[in-house]
Design a protein around this ligand. Structure first.
Ligand SMILES: [Fe+2]
Length: 181
């Protein structure tokens, strides 16, 4: 009796698009919570700590790593400039998103509601426009530039990266549940 063949890994661009959908759903929830905070002044600290954990474990810890360590280098091997092309711009935006996340964390630590609302708005805007840019520019470019075997290699590497992280812990969080991750 022979072993069943391994199921094929999902198309890597489809995987990243799915992660973007999760990120956008979380941002919608963050918008709602920020409006509640503005209206009734109640600071639900657990919600904001969940958001920071999402930003660190899922967004920076898994999603950005797939892009920065695997997809971007594959695109640069296929001809994009590492210093001035779209991947350079998007790497820089990942740094700016991290900066916005740190400002949000600092406002939360100070329990400064007004500053939290302001920093959340800038974090949400920054991440939304970044996701849109990747969806509309980078991913169609990746589908044009990368050959089937390169996409297959990326799909396998994505699986290995995800298996090596503790993203499963995050998926047990209420925020992830609300976002349907
Ligand atoms: Fe992304």
């Amino acid at each position: 009796m022979t072993a069943a063949p391994e199921p094929p890994a999902a198309d890597p661009i489809t995987v990243l698009l799915g992660e973007h959908r999760t990120i956008l759903q979380v941002l919608d929830e963050v918008d709602r919570e920020s409006r509640r905070l503005e209206t009734d002044g109640v600071l639900r600290e657990a919600f904001w700590h969940d958001l920071l954990q999402f930003a660190d474990v899922f967004d920076a810890g898994v999603h950005h790593k797939k892009e920065e360590a695997l997809l971007f280098p594959a695109l640069e091997r296929a001809g994009l400039s590492a210093s001035s092309g779209p991947t350079a711009v998007l790497r820089d935006e990942h740094g700016r998103i991290q900066f916005a996340r740190d400002r949000l964390a600092s406002a939360l630590q100070a329990r400064d509601r007004l500053r939290l609302v302001t920093t959340v708005a800038s974090y949400v805007d920054r991440v939304r426009s970044h996701v849109l840019k990747e969806n509309q520019i980078l991913f169609p470019l990746a589908r044009r530039l990368l050959a089937r075997d390169e996409l297959d290699g990326l799909a396998q590497a994505f699986l290995a990266l995800r298996a090596s992280t503790d993203v499963g812990l995050w998926l047990a969080h209420p925020l992830a549940f609300e976002a349907g991750a």
